[in-house]
Structure formats: C-alpha cells, structure tokens
Ligand binder design. Structure first.
Ligand code: ATP
Length: 240
C-alpha cells in the first residue's frame, strides 16, 4: 500500500549549476520520528536539507510533504506548511536581541497567544536564552547561538524541524545538552530530520538513519543497526 509519510523524497536530483550534488535521493520521515542523515564533508547533507526547505529545487524527482508535492514550492510557503530549518553555521541575526531573533522565527504566524506560549516553551528548553533575552545575538557564545537558531526555528511551531549540524563547533558538554534538547523537542511532538557529521551522537538519538556518500544513499536502516554496521563504524566512527 501507499502509506502517507510526513515527508518523502523520491529520486531527488539537485544541482548547483553544472555540479550534480544529489544523484537520486529517496528517503522518508514519518510523524513522530527523529531521522538522521549522516555522511562526510561534501556528501550532500546540507543540499538535501536545502532541497526540502525550498532554498533549492530538484531538477528531477519529487519532495512530498504530507502527500503534497512541494518540489517547486517557494521556501516561504514551505515554512507556512510547517517545515522550519535551523541552518548550518547558525546564521542568527547578530544585531537583534535574543528575543527579537526568536520573534523573527514566528514571522509567518498570526496568533499572538500561541507565539507567547511557544516563547515560554523555548525559554524552558533553553534557560540560557531567557537569561540573555535582551542581549544582542552576536554577543552570544557559539553554543548559545546554536540554541538560538534552534529556538528560532521552533518559534514557527513546525511539524517538521530540519536541523543542520546542530553540534558543529560545540564543546563536548554542550553537544550532550543540544542532543538531549533535540530528544525533548521530539518528545513534545515535533518530527525531526537531523543532519550530522557526528554520526555516533546522531545515531544515539535517532530512530532511523540514512548514510549519504557523494550525493547518494548507500545505507539505511534503524539507527541501532546502522551504528553497529561495519561500514558505518569504519567510515564514520573512526574504527579500524
Ligand atoms: P558539509 O558538512 O561539508 O556541508 P554536506 O554533506 O552538507 O557537507 P553539501 O554542502 O550538501 O555537503 O555539498 C554537496 C556537494 O555540493 C559538494 O560537492 C559541494 O562542494 C557542492 N556544493 C555545495 N554548495 C555549493 C554551491 N553553493 N555551489 C557549488 N557547489 C556546491
């Protein structure tokens, strides 16, 4: 049968000009899951996220959100359909305060009551942001900026949260915190697609995963199986 997935990529090909970055990616994300996409530098992880969020459009294949083809839907419409992205490299607004950055995340919404509730929820998930709510984003530490980028994405109250390398550049203790928070966000009902170079941590929190290599999926399965597979252990977990 054709079960409806929250998200489905069918044979997606994406390009940067002549560069063929995604060479036929097929994957699914179901409601309530954390799915991770792992792979080394340049494998196409960020390109996959950008193709889902509509920053890029596939030249071939389809991106299907809850049964609807969004392959050529503009990025701002995709946000309205319930998909929010926390981009790689954080990209917060450095001159705006923490509070203003979070409010920007809710720009497509029209429900002040719900926005206020979600602000409280973000402050509960990230107490540090509450303490620093009136501080300029650019003055935060790297870890705090990462929290702010995730918090800002949550302010769109997404059904599907796309996280691009949330652990990048963070001290190990903060990496733990970020991953714990990702699990908590998922428990509260948000479906998550998590892109990570930190395969070990990603596979610990995810339900399922896909391994990407030079624009193609080379392995997929339950996270525990992937973590145990020889290929993943050799290529991504640094084992001989
Ligand atoms: P990283 O973790 O290093 O970002 P990644 O798995 O996210 O790796 P992508 O950033 O998706 O990889 O890159 C996939 C391929 O597309 C790479 O070969 C990369 O060089 C190329 N690429 C990415 N962005 C561009 C761009 N703006 N213009 C041209 N080529 C690009």
């Amino acid at each position: 049968g054709t079960r409806e997935h929250m998200l489905e990529l069918r044979n997606v090909h994406s390009y940067y000009g002549a560069i063929h970055a995604l060479k036929g990616i097929s994957l699914t994300v179901d409601r309530g899951e954390i799915v991770t996409l792992i792979g080394s530098n340049g494998a196409g992880k960020t390109t996959t996220i950008r193709t889902i969020s509509g920053i890029l459009h596939p030249r071939e294949g389809q991106v299907i959100l809850e049964g609807r083809d969004i392959s050529h839907t503009p990025a701002y419409e995709i946000v309205k359909l319930g998909v929010a992205q926390s981009p790689e490299g954080r990209r917060i607004f450095p001159r705006l305060t923490v509070l203003e950055n979070l409010e920007m995340g809710a720009y497509t919404r029209n429900d002040p009551q719900g926005i206020a509730e979600d602000l409280e929820r973000v402050f509960e998930l990230f107490p540090r942001l509450k303490e620093r709510r009136n501080q300029q984003g650019g003055t935060l530490s790297g870890g705090e900026q990462q929290m702010l980028a995730i918090g800002r994405a949550l302010m769109a109250r997404p059904k599907l949260l796309l996280l691009d390398e949330p652990s990048m550049g963070l001290a190990p203790v903060l990496v733990e915190t970020i991953f714990e928070t990702i699990v908590e966000i998922n428990k509260q009902g948000t479906t998550i697609l998590l892109v990570e170079q930190n395969a070990l941590m990603a596979l610990e929190v995810a339900h399922r995963g896909y391994v990407l290599q030079t624009g193609q999926i080379v392995l997929e399965g339950p996270a525990q199986e992937l973590a145990a597979s020889e290929m993943v252990r050799k290529a991504y977990l640094g084992e001989e």
